[in-house]
Design a protein around this ligand. Structure first.
Ligand code: MN3
Length: 206
């Protein structure tokens, strides 16, 4: 887990290590330009405000406390910063390819099987219009759900606990996959850090 500070986290693996599923150039630009860009704009937005030293996730969890003039920038840029912090953590070059133990059982209960779960996740990814994210979350009743979010909206803002996500902005896959979002989603499964997803599940399910 990244520490709770508004700084760009180091990736827990090298830029090329997710190849051939996610290419080095995409990872490099995604982390050092896009992610950094969201952070820079977020920091600029909160500079000199009451939020200056507040961790991004704590701000996103309660959008009502944000003054109207800061809201758009915090939702877009704070959301972009936070979503990418999370995304890097659920990727790994050493994927087990599927969950084990508790989460595996819960996925079977909720979706029928791991195959059915992946099918629904992919369908949500392909039907998301424009830019955004698809997430596996725990809802308020601690049930597994697959949801779409638009732009850089955070599931934290609607009271959900994120377990897994895929970035569906074209900057996440266009160099390698062009318009073939389905291929990107299929290959995404090769680099999912199920140990991290399972860790989060066990943490939140208590
Ligand atoms: Mn992105």
């Amino acid at each position: 887990m990244s520490e709770n500070k508004n700084i760009l986290p180091q990736l827990p693996y090298s830029y090329e290590s997710l190849e051939p599923h996610i290419d080095k150039e995409t990872m490099l630009v995604h982390h050092t330009k896009h992610h950094q860009g969201y952070l820079d704009k977020f920091l600029k937005a909160i500079e000199g405000t009451d939020f200056e030293n507040v961790y991004v996730n704590d701000i996103l969890k309660d959008l009502k406390i944000i003054p109207e003039k800061l809201k758009t920038s915090i939702v877009n840029n704070g959301g972009g910063f936070s979503n990418h912090n999370f995304f890097w953590e659920i990727l790994t070059p050493n994927s087990t390819k599927e969950p084990e133990q508790n989460l595996k059982k819960e996925i079977d209960i909720e979706f029928g099987s791991f195959t059915e779960f992946k099918k629904e996740f992919k369908e949500k990814a392909l039907t998301l219009f424009g830019s955004g994210w698809v997430w596996l979350v725990l809802d308020k009743d601690k049930k597994l759900k697959i949801i779409q979010t638009k732009n850089q909206d955070s599931p934290l803002s609607i009271g959900l606990k994120p377990l897994l996500t895929i970035d569906l902005w074209e900057h996440a896959y266009y160099l390698n996959y062009q318009n073939k979002r389905a291929d990107y989603v299929d290959n995404f499964w090769n680099v999912v850090n199920w140990k991290q997803v399972e860790y989060l599940f066990n943490l939140y399910i208590k």
